[in-house]
Design a protein. Structure first.
Length: 242
């Protein structure tokens, strides 16, 4: 997803949403980056039988603790892990809680020793690590050969546009309105007479009395995103002009 203009300030409300993926993994080999870009080591291990794979999936769904890969953008001591990895340095990483909502085996290729999965998970889940951990539990190894994100929250690939369609003269026809991007947030309405001016100046308003961030609307117009504190609703992002 590409956010443009004022909508770039809405990224925080999108990046933490759950995500879905289609992943293809090569079994019987490992990669030092857990994907096809790394150094590959063959293990001379067969592709696990379909029933064995399917029976192992429930153990890798639900709440999990996951150790991030070294080849990742996370920082440790102010340094990106992938920078350390490129220098041949490996450091201990703390396991982080993630949630895998669903993990489904959707295809097997015994000749290519690959398996395809459909995965729905929380933000921050490393699919590379998930597949590697799954394979290790079966006495094998695996690395990703392909990964495609199919949804972010309720926004799916059906909402996406082909890069061939994103021409300068037609780009605006493919823009998703900011209201659609944060439609998952609760709505609080204000009036044109007493509320719109306050919101568009980023001032505090009466508490919305909802949990977390909420979108402030005036009729059909998205004005801002606010969040309550103990005294009032406070602006997080203002989108309307005074």
């Amino acid at each position: 997803m590409l956010l443009v203009g004022r909508a770039t300030r809405l990224s925080r409300y999108v990046t933490d949403l759950g995500k879905s993926y289609t992943a293809t993994a090569r079994f019987g080999a490992v990669s030092d980056t857990l994907d096809a870009e790394g150094y590959i080591t063959n293990l001379d291990a067969p592709l696990p039988h379909e029933d064995v794979l399917r029976n192992s999936l429930p153990a890798f769904t639900g709440a999990l603790l996951q150790v991030p890969p070294m080849a990742s953008a996370l920082k440790q001591g102010g340094v990106r892990l992938y920078d350390l990895h490129r220098r041949g340095i490996s450091v201990e990483r703390e396991a982080r809680p993630v949630t895998v909502y669903s993990l489904e085996l959707t295809g097997l290729d015994p000749i290519g020793q690959t398996a395809r999965f459909e995965i729905s998970c929380s933000s921050g889940t490393y699919i590379r690590t998930l597949i590697s951990d799954l394979a290790t539990s079966l006495g094998s190894g695996a690395y990703l050969t392909a990964l495609r994100r199919t949804s972010v929250g309720y926004l799916t690939v059906d909402n996406a546009s082909s890069s061939q369609d994103l021409l300068p003269e037609t780009f605006h026809n493919h823009i998703i309105p900011p209201l659609d991007v944060i439609a998952h947030l609760p709505e609080v309405a204000v009036s044109e007479e007493t509320g719109r001016g306050l919101v568009c100046h980023g001032r505090s308003i009466e508490r919305g009395r909802v949990d977390g961030s909420y979108r402030v609307m005036c009729g059909e117009e998205l004005l801002a995103v606010y969040r309550d504190d103990e005294e009032a609703g406070r602006a997080e992002v203002v989108l309307c002009a005074p």
